[in-house]
Structures are given as structure tokens and as C-alpha cells.
Design a protein around this ligand. Structure first.
Ligand SMILES: *Cc1c(COP(=O)(O)O)cnc(C)c1O
Length: 402
């Protein structure tokens, strides 16, 4: 039976918008995930930088189950003590004065865009609503976040993109300056581009953008949805450049697997966001913030980020060695912290497939890159094992080519 006039072809029960691998996972522990058949995979994808504390971290499990037995959801029409506590802790460890909680990265990007526009409207300049973004960006999939992303591949067929986004070359400070006009409200940038190909912005570029924003009265907005929450070895990636943004979007690692996003802002940048200007039914509910607080307990514990930095160096040096040994397959190793990319000389999906066949989960990214996002709890032994698997995969690929 069809509701329209023409018969429709069969469609998968879940809307088929993903290219899914055939494998599924039933449980996980630390840096490892297991199929229903009990096959063990080392997980260097972390659900795309989400499982920051690995799988089934006992402290997170305890926080979630204890909260689940108390109350799951109330509403943002009531006081939310867990939310306030998480906000206060994020503020204490960042540039920010205030936090809004949502459920995803896309929603965080969406509010960042709205907040920048509202800031200028509240300052008497509603005509300032344009946001400068960069090639290779990824900010999410809502119509606003998609317009900020500015990638034709994702925009095609969805009608006219939301206006007010001016995209320039990533890393090109002169182009960013030239794009500033009387309509410009803000600059939105990932300190380390994730989906675009694991491409860190240079410190000079980020400092230059900060200076441009200060000189022109613009807001600097950072998308740390993927690179934040300890991923680069500091709690936030902007700390490496010695600058601070006005607005920052977070999600992915913040909930360690529980969906939660956040927008952090200075009091000044947030001045237009008064009661009634934004909201979310689910955003920052008791379950989400109980887990978010537990993630912070883990990531802020003494020595945790030191381990991220140590394993990052270890991983990077080991990958550099593999690049030198396999110059026909790998041309570059790049990234920051535990966010690493292998730029491939053959199809990245072929390299990914060969690595996954060795039971190591890795991802791809733009610019023909294989992306590694191990959980932040990764050990020296895990990295050694991962490198051995990648090496076996590269050797297998070379034999297949020969
Ligand atoms: C994943 C991601 C988003 C979108 O987050 P969702 O939770 O998928 O909506 C936005 N920006 C960056 C940098 C991301 O990595």
C-alpha cells in the first residue's frame, strides 16, 4: 500500500543516508569493542571522537545508572542543579562566563550562529549577520550549520542555503580580512578541522583571526565539537594558540557517548540571549549532565591530559615511521593530540578497509585521509598494538598491489 500515486521502491527500515560497514558491536570495554560473535576490535574511531573515556568506563556507568534510578528528565522550566554544576565547571576551566546545553554538535553550531547575530542586533546593528567560514569546514547538518559548512555535496537539493555565510580558504588570513565588510558579525572556525581531513589551523592563523575580530568588532567563534574536551592534549584546542574565543561549540567527547552539546560564551557575546530567545526540550537533562560531569571528573583528573599528550607523541612518531617505511601508500601524518590523519597516496577507503580487516577501527576524512581518534584513555600498549595492525595492513596492501 502506498500513500502517493506512484508505486515506491522498497526502502530500508532505517532511512538509508549512511554508508554502513557490515559489522555491529554488542559491548565494549576501554579501547575495545566486541561483535555479537565475540570478535574483538581495537577502537581507534571512538564513535567519531565521542567515546572520550573509552567504552563502559566504570565512573561513567556509575554516574548514569545512579542518575537513572533518581530522575531522568525534568525540564528547563525548572532549576537543574546538575546542569548548573556542569556549567560552572566548564566555566572554571575555560574563557567562558555562561553555557547553554543542547543535544548535538549541530545544535551547538546553530546557537553559535544565532548568538553572533543576536549580539550585533542587541548592539544596534542587526545588519551585521554575516559569518566568515572556511573551506574544508564541517559545522553540522541543520540548514544553518550546513550553510556554515558550505559544502556543495551536503547542500545540493535542499533549496537555497541560509544566507549570510562568506567562505574563504582555510589558513588564509589575508582572505579572511578581505571578506570582512559592514555585514560581518563573526568568524567561525575549527582549531583542528576534523571531517575536512584532520587539518590543524596554525597558531599564527588563530592568533591572526583573534586580532581581526578585535580590530573589527567581530566575535571569534570556535567549533571544538570534535577537537575539544581533551582530544588535543589540552582541555580545549584553543589553549595551544594562547588565544581565547568569544563563543565555542562543544559536543562529541563532552558526553562520552551520551548525547550532549554545549555552547560556551563570554557574558558580552551572550548579551542578546535573554529569556525566551532560545531553548531546548532535552538539552542538558539530568541524565546527560550527570554523565557530562562524570566525563569532566575523568578528563580533569591529575595526569589524565599528560597521558593524552604522551600517547599522542607516541602515536605520531610511530605513524611517521610507518610513513617512511611505506612511502607509496602514505604521504603525510598530521593532526593534533589524539586526532591524527594519514594522508593516503591510494584510495583512503582501501587503506581503511585493510586496517579494519586487522581488527582496528579507524575512520576516513576529507582530502583522502584515514583518521585515527583513539579514546583518550588509550595506553602505550594499545598504541603499540594499533601500530602493528596498521603495519600489517600496509604490508598486505603492498602485496596486493605488487
Ligand atoms: C561532528 C561535528 C559537528 C556536528 O555534530 P553532530 O553532533 O553530528 O550534529 C559539527 N562540527 C564539528 C567540528 C564536528 O566534528
Amino acid at each position: 500500500m502506498t500513500s502517493g500515486s506512484a508505486p515506491t521502491a522498497a526502502i530500508a527500515p532505517v532511512l538509508p543516508t549512511y554508508n554502513r560497514a557490515a559489522v555491529s558491536f554488542e559491548r565494549g570495554h576501554g579501547a575495545r569493542a566486541y561483535t555479537p560473535e565475540g570478535e574483538e576490535y581495537l577502537d581507534f574511531g571512538s564513535g567519531v571522537a565521542v567515546n572520550s573515556c573509552g567504552h563502559a568506563h566504570p565512573h561513567l556507568v556509575k554516574a548514569l545508572t545512579e542518575q537513572a534510578e533518581k530522575i531522568w528528565h525534568t525540564s528547563n522550566v525548572y532549576q537543574m542543579p546538575g546542569q548548573t554544576r556542569l556549567a560552572e565547571r566548564l566555566i572554571a576551566h575555560s574563557f567562558a562566563d555562561t553555557v547553554f546545553f543542547c543535544n548535538s554538535g549541530t545544535e551547538a553550531s546553530e546557537l553559535a550562529i544565532k548568538m553572533a547575530r543576536k549580539f550585533h542586533a542587541a548592539s544596534g546593528h542587526p545588519e551585521k549577520f554575516h559569518i566568515i567560514t572556511f573551506t574544508g569546514a564541517f559545522h553540522g547538518r541543520s540548514l544553518g550549520a550546513l550553510a556554515a559548512t558550505g559544502n556543495d555535496k551536503y547542500l545540493d537539493g535542499f533549496g537555497p542555503p541560509l544566507s549570510g555565510f562568506d567562505q574563504v580558504e582555510f589558513g588564509d588570513l589575508k582572505a579572511a580580512e578581505a571578506a570582512i565588510g559592514p555585514h560581518t558579525a563573526a568568524i567561525y572556525v575549527e582549531p583542528v578541522q576534523g571531517e575536512g581531513g584532520v587539518m590543524p589551523a596554525t597558531h599564527e592563523f588563530l592568533r591572526g583571526l583573534r586580532k581581526l575580530c578585535d580590530a573589527h568588532g567581530l566575535l571569534l567563534m570556535l567549533d571544538e565539537i570534535q577537537c575539544g574536551m581533551g582530544r588535543t592534549g589540552k582541555l580545549f584546542a584553543y589553549e595551544w594558540a594562547g588565544i581565547a574565543p568569544d563563543i565555542m561549540a562543544l559536543a562529541k567527547g563532552l558526553g562520552g557517548g551520551f548525547p550532549i552539546g554545549a555552547v560556551l560564551a563570554t557574558a558580552n557575546a551572550a548579551k542578546g540571549m535573554v529569556a525566551g530567545t532560545h531553548g531546548s526540550t532535552f538539552g542538558g537533562n539530568p541524565l546527560a549532565t550527570a554523565v557530562g560531569n562524570a566525563v569532566l571528573d575523568v578528563v580533569l583528573a591529575d595526569g589524565f591530559l599528560d597521558n593524552v599528550q604522551r600517547q599522542s607523541l607516541n602515536l605520531k612518531q610511530s605513524l611517521e615511521r610507518l610513513k617512511d617505511l611505506h612511502p607509496t601508500l602514505i604521504s603525510d601524518v598530521r593532526g593534533s593530540g589524539l586526532m591524527m590523519g594519514l594522508k593516503c597516496k591510494v584510495q583512503n577507503t582501501d587503506v581503511q578497509k585493510a586496517i579494519v580487516e586487522q581488527k582496528l577501527l579507524v575512520l576516513t576524512a576529507g582530502d583522502n585521509v584515514v583518521r585515527l581518534l583513539p579514546p583518550l584513555i588509550v595506553t602505550h600498549e594499545d598504541v603499540t598494538e594499533a601500530i602493528a595492525k596498521i603495519e600489517r595492513a600496509l604490508v598486505a596492501l603492498e602485496h596486493a598491489k605488487a
